[in-house]
Design a protein around this ligand. Structure first.
Ligand SMILES: O=C(CO)COP(=O)(O)O
Length: 256
């Protein structure tokens, strides 16, 4: 029997936005037709400077997430933001270990896991990101890479009830090269199998594993029908009106 997992759709705005464009996005999302809050969790993740504005202005059923936090807390950590600060500002979710953080800012899986532990200790929901590079997929190492990233997380996480895992194959991010539904389903099922083997059947059945990488209004309906794809982490298309369509497509796929 498969568990009923509530769809989760995130919009990762990355390092994009001006006061004017953020204003326009808020206005557009507030006017859009979105799934009911019971049908899907919708989370948008603007850059830090815009968090407070977005939090204040976005419709209440849309949650707001940060794109990173440090593992340290408050202190002499120039340039970083602590989980305590996010918590104080009412930002209850944080994306961690995005491949851009890993590849451009050299974060290791161990550092990502420590950030996850810190954010969870403050009561935040976390969205750790995992995924393989193109050459790793081509050499048949997708599962090996993703499982190692999960194992690093599992060394620091005991309670998985506040975790949404984002599977984002690096070769699909910002490239227009979306994973096929068969590729997405195969890897998501493998990740769920990893949880069954290394954590518990309960966590395997309940944890939401979302797909990221060139998700669009056009391809989201088909991906949403994959039984182990519980939602999406959307980059470029989350800056456009089609984000609402992606949310609708995901929720519709789970409405029987
Ligand atoms: O990195 C992503 C979301 O975190 C995906 O980005 P794109 O949707 O632009 O490929």
């Amino acid at each position: 029997m498969s568990a009923v997992r509530k769809p989760w759709i995130g919009g990762n705005w990355k390092c994009n936005g001006t006061r004017a464009s953020v204003e326009a996005l808020i206005t557009s999302l507030n006017a859009a037709t979105l799934p009911a809050p019971e049908a899907a969790d919708i989370v948008i993740s603007p850059p830090y400077l815009f968090l407070e504005t977005v939090q204040a202005r976005i419709r209440p059923e849309v949650h707001v997430a940060a794109q990173d936090c440090n593992a340290k807390g408050m202190g002499a950590y120039t340039g970083s933001i602590s989980a305590e600060m996010l918590h104080e500002f009412g930002i209850n979710t944080v994306i961690l270990g995005h491949s851009e953080r890993r590849d451009i800012f050299h974060e290791t899986s161990e550092e990502v896991a420590l950030k996850c532990k810190k954010a969870l200790s403050l009561g935040l929901d976390i969205v750790p990101c995992i995924g393989e590079h193109r050459e790793e997929r081509l050499s048949g190492r997708t599962n090996e890479i993703c499982f190692a990233q999960l194992a690093a997380l599992a060394a620091q996480i005991t309670d998985w009830s506040h975790v949404v895992v984002a599977y984002e194959p690096v070769w699909a991010i910002g490239t227009g090269l979306v994973a096929t539904p068969a590729q997405a389903q195969e890897t998501h099922a493998a990740l769920r199998g990893w949880f069954r083997e290394h954590v518990s059947a309960e966590v395997a059945n309940t944890i939401r594993i979302v797909y990221g990488g060139s998700v669009s209004g056009a391809n989201s309906a088909e991906l949403a029908r994959c039984p182990d794809v519980d939602g999406f982490l959307v980059g470029g298309a989350s800056l456009k009106p089609e984000f609402a369509a992606i949310c609708q497509n995901m929720a519709a796929a789970r409405t029987h």
